[in-house]
Design a protein around this ligand. Structure first.
Ligand SMILES: Nc1ncnc2c1ncn2[C@@H]1O[C@H](COP(=O)(O)OP(=O)(O)OC[C@H]2O[C@@H]([n+]3cccc(C(=O)O)c3)[C@H](O)[C@@H]2O)[C@@H](O)[C@H]1O
Ligand SMILES: Nc1ncnc2c1ncn2[C@@H]1O[C@H](COP(=O)(O)OP(=O)(O)OP(=O)(O)O)[C@@H](O)[C@H]1O
Ligand SMILES: [Mg+2]
Length: 247
């Protein structure tokens, strides 16, 4: 099936999900990265009037905001920017102060706590908008991220629908080209943007092309296979409902 035909199918699927849910449209966070660029284009195609892209900087690099706006303008999607830097700083210092007072603070966990709080503040903001507009919140996880659990639980993972969750990362690039995503965004290295210089591949310790290859059943080096399978195993809890006791 051609990419154009697959895109049409996902656009129809988005329209169906909105209709089934009794909502009116879809909102997505636009980061300046490729995954959200693809989702922004898909929701704009599905709901030309009732789609919204939200750029949510939190002490982010100015390039993220510039590229986010570029993506939104090229897609022609309604968009807005909400700077969460101040809310993030205040909340983080309150959390750390409270933990410090109880002697529960662990300096080594600071970076990941900070990173995940950013993702969860964005999620909270997107749900505020979704409640107001009667929209669904679209997630941007691709197949490699879902498999490895490379997302924040209830942060960027806290969404209603996952339109590109079956696409491998290389397919996200193919779709991005077909959808006319700007070259600046196609050329960026995948990053969660959660700290200075963070890149997905460095943090995961393997590459998207090897994760894609593994997902396609191809043989990959043992070291990478072990990393990917470990990430998959320890993130199982992110792909299911919380467990509860049978009583
Ligand atoms: N077995 C288990 N059963 C049930 N719950 C379990 C659990 N193990 C941990 N947990 C819970 O899960 C928490 C850990 O999960 P979580 O809070 O998500 O945190 P964690 O998985 O440690 O970190 C999120 C990862 O996703 C990456 N990320 C985040 C956001 C965006 C992107 C991106 O690509 O843009 C990437 C980020 O860089 C980091 O590597 C624990 O604190 C605990 O509460
Ligand atoms: N600054 C931001 N503003 C709005 N949404 C954001 C921002 N940063 C992250 N997000 C949301 O979190 C999602 C997860 O980020 P992720 O890095 O996996 O995707 P991406 O940035 O679109 O693509 P890439 O993997 O190429 O960086 C984004 O797709 C976006 O929906
Ligand atoms: Mg990114």
């Amino acid at each position: 099936m051609s990419i154009e035909r697959k895109i049409e199918k996902v656009v129809a699927w988005l329209q169906q999900k909105v209709e089934e849910s009794g909502t009116k449209g879809i909102v997505v966070g636009i980061s300046g990265g490729i995954d959200s660029a693809v989702v922004a284009n898909l929701i704009k195609k599905a709901f030309p009037e009732n789609s919204l892209g939200v750029i949510l900087p939190i002490k982010s690099s100015p390039k993220d905001v510039i590229d986010g706006r570029l993506v939104a303008e090229k897609a022609g999607i309604k968009n807005m920017t909400i700077d969460l830097t101040q809310e993030h700083s205040e909340m983080l210092s309150k959390i750390f102060d409270s933990l410090l007072q109880q002697n529960l603070f662990e300096e080594k966990n600071r970076r990941i706590t900070d990173a995940n709080l950013r993702a969860r503040l964005r999620m909270t903001t997107l749900y505020g908008i979704a409640n107001q507009l009667n929209y669904l919140v679209a997630g941007t996880d691709n197949a490699a991220e879902v498999y490895t659990g490379y997302f924040t639980k209830y942060g960027d993972g806290g969404v209603d629908i996952l339109p590109i969750a079956t696409l491998k990362k290389y397919e996200v690039y193919e779709w991005a080209k077909a959808l006319g995503v700007p070259k600046e965004v196609l050329d960026r290295e995948p990053s969660a943007g959660l700290w200075e210089g963070q890149t997905d591949e460095e943090e995961m310790g393997t590459t998207y092309s090897l994760i894609d290859a593994h997902l396609e059943g191809k043989e990959i080096p043992k070291k990478d296979l072990e990393i990917i399978e470990r990430l998959h195993r320890i993130s199982e809890h992110k792909r299911v409902m919380p467990p509860f006791p049978e009583i």
